[in-house]
Write a protein that binds this ligand. Sequence first.
Ligand code: ADP
Ligand code: MG
Length: 628
Amino acid sequence: MPTIQQLSPSVVNKIAAGEVIERPASVVKELLENSVDAGATRIDVTLEKGGSELIRIADDGCGIAADQLLLAVASHATSKIQTADDLFSVATLGFRGEALASIAEVSRLILRSRTAEAENGAELEVIGGAARPVAPAGCPIGTTLEIRNLFYNTPVRHKFLRTAQTEAGHSIEAVTRLALAHPQIHFTLAHNGRLLYDLPPESGLRGRVAAFFGRDLADDLIEIRSDSDGVSVSGFVANPMHNRSHARMQYLFLNGRAIRDRSLQHALGEAYRGLILTGRQPICFLRLDMPAALVDVNVHPTKQEVRFQDSGRLYSQLLGTLRTKFLTTDLSARGAAPRAAASYSENEADAAVDGRSQLVEWAKQQLGQQPNAQLGSAANSTGTSASEPLQLHRFEAPAFRPFDIGRNAAQGDVLATRFDRPHNPNRGDQDRFADEGSTPPQALQVHNRYLVVETNAGIEVIDQHALHERILYEQLRNRILAGTIESQRLLVPEPVDLSAAEAAAVLEQAELLARLGVEVQPFGGDTILVSSYPAMLANMSPAEVLRELVEKLVTGSRSPEARDMFDELLHMIACKAAVKFGDRLTQEEIDSLLAQRHLAQDTHHCPHGRPTALVFTREELDRQFQRI
Ligand code: ADP
Ligand code: MG
């Protein structure tokens, strides 16, 4: 018979730690929240080795009295709430009383603090959950927490830590969120003895955005403000010309707390519909302020997700505010020509701007015709829109001809010509075509996305993007293995502003990037100079190429193995360089694409594993038509 036992406090704390302390950044987040709750006006963050060796957070907040130090690290002990009713009016970032106890259980923690009333400070050391006696200590008013050797006694967690750079990146993100949410607080952040940020108090968000993400973005922010029944939405969204492939730059702050909310992200996406291309994500820095009673923050251990009493109304308020704002803002005016990248011809740059302003015009007309008509129905808490989906592909910017045969052929890069002629046209997949010979059969392009081909067996429907991507991926991999990747040297190297974590990651991986044809060097601060990049990405600017790669380098990669990362980057390049789903192809391009099928080892799957072609056999067709 199994016997039931009460778990020891130590085990309970370890379980709690498992929930809230996933990595050094979780500690940084919890400690920063405590400092904010303590009314700090300045918070200094120091990390060593990505935080796994040391996290020190010093604040000038209210401090903790010496006789309360032990309680501060006890589980379920908090100064922030007293009764269950208080849970419905939480005005602080913390309230669970678990963070310090959890952290102390899995590290060596030193807590040093002094209140304004006390003449001296006091210090408490806890090692793996075992507290030493409280001792007097000389220290300024406020609290300093030092966390060393995180996870030293939980080897499994320790094993899952990534490189110091990656872990530092997560901590920087935690600081970024808090610093954006509380611009009035002075923050500093140092890693391995290097001061990454020194952010003096600001009256608003814009300065903080500039500090973290560069002037370019900060200058193109659009201010938002709306108040409705005690609920206010304020802050900034970015001009649509600034967008990302991920939603990580959608910052939402609810009563000073960074949250994620799918429904609100959806509202944001809806507001930008037609203003940015499909698959891209808008950027925002938005504050939601409302009475604490209108939201339940006690639904998630790290409180990153919350439950709104009326999420439908909030959805409508956000979407309506953004739509109205976009209608009255000239979004195209700031959309300057894409930087003078060596790869752009004047005409292409103009076409891009034209395309963008057409798109903006079109979107405005659409909005104009149906002012707030759909707001009510569009709003629902599941995050799906009830409004009729707009036909996005109709107004996307005209597609570039990425590998314009004439132009790039002149650069002598075989890959750069959109589709190469096969070296041996009678090999491989060719044999499967009904029309055997030195040229592939005529194929029909349908809906600008599929190629329909007659084969001996029946008919084949090919996904043009997936096939081209696969071919490019394999060619690229072979060329990189052979060390013959074509890169394009820029006449004038292009400076790219990154975040500190991104810049560090780029420099750390400079060698890997060089093998991909991207040459980078430091340019002071968090700016990186790109001096060359792959010729096959000539349809992107050097800055775009670097940003795409950075996303993979910093947190995108699910696998820390260098080889896998490399593979991911190859996928990305192949995907960017391939003809798009929706691109109209000339007959020559279609022929050329089909002729190259045999060059790829696996033409049946794109690098993401989707099929590139579907086969409908003659028998199947005959059967369907009841001929057999
Ligand atoms: P919670 O924040 O949920 O109350 P914590 O475990 O994070 O729980 O902190 C426990 C208590 O320790 C807090 O309620 C607060 O009273 C005190 N405390 C923690 N950090 C600080 C700090 N930096 N300054 C002042 N008091 C603090
Ligand atoms: Mg706390």
